[in-house]
Design a protein around this ligand. Structure first.
Ligand SMILES: O=c1nc[nH]c2c1ncn2[C@H]1C[C@H](O)[C@@H](COP(=O)(O)OP(=O)(O)OP(=O)(O)O)O1
Ligand SMILES: [Mg+2]
Length: 210
């Protein structure tokens, strides 16, 4: 089961995600179309309990609306000290409409309130950190009803001070110990080598090749 054409609809309105999918698919000779390429595509209600459930909801909604195969991404940030929050609520953590700056401000305020930003023993690390991971569930759906899901995880830590201007969402506060940089300080190529999204996509592509 793999898409029959070299154009793939990605069921997202998030321009940051769409940009990353375009870059990830480009070396494979695939062109990505997002919901921003359709006039007034209705908002999809994401009321699933898990990333995978929400990805399936989005993929199926786009298949139903457009009649073509669709790949959907539901992703978010899970912070250990917040018992996995904001999790599936990452996009609307600070309320709706979704606002990255408000979400980041609420995240840091919440971690400070709980005393959950800790100074690591090692020198050269950012001052205050709190263990976290990015999670990405992908769902691929076809008009015939077949579906496939994949998941990727990227471990890191939330850092109190925002750094970097690349990426989107929580990237300026997501610190990667192996780089000594936040996700927003990585180049697009670096992020696409390690991200939760890239890992989930690698798994999905391996399913497509089965
Ligand atoms: O690589 C990432 N770098 C930073 N932040 C990220 C990343 N990946 C997900 N996130 C955050 C953004 C948003 O707050 C939430 C996703 O929510 P999610 O519902 O999956 O996406 P969305 O509503 O922005 O667009 P859409 O549903 O149309 O795909 O997690
Ligand atoms: Mg969403």
């Amino acid at each position: 089961m793999r898409p029959a054409t070299k154009t793939l609809v990605v069921a997202t309105k998030n321009r940051g995600k769409a940009r990353e999918f375009s870059a990830l698919f480009e070396p494979l000779g695939w062109e990505v179309r997002s919901l921003n390429d359709y006039d007034r595509f209705p908002d999809i209600v994401e009321d699933g309990d898990t990333f995978a459930a929400n990805a399936l909801i989005k993929a199926r909604a786009v298949v139903a609306a457009l009649g073509v195969p669709a790949l959907a991404d539901d992703s978010g940030l899970c912070v250990d000290a917040l018992d996995g929050a904001p999790g599936v609520y990452s996009a609307r953590y600070a309320g709706e409409p979704a606002d990255d700056a408000a979400n980041n401000a609420k995240l840091i305020a919440e971690l400070k309130r709980r005393g959950a930003l800790l100074a690591p023993a090692e020198a050269g690390r950012p001052a205050l950190l709190s263990a976290a991971r990015f999670v990405c569930a992908l769902a691929y759906a076809e008009p015939g009803g077949r579906v496939r899901t994949a998941e990727g995880v990227c471990a890191g830590a939330i850092v109190a001070d925002a750094r970097g201007a690349n990426g989107f969402g929580y990237d300026p506060h997501f610190y990667l110990p192996e780089f000594g940089l936040t996700m927003a300080e990585l180049t697009a190529e670096q992020k696409n080598a390690v991200s939760h999204r890239a890992q989930a996509l690698r798994q999905m592509i391996s399913f497509w090749e089965e």
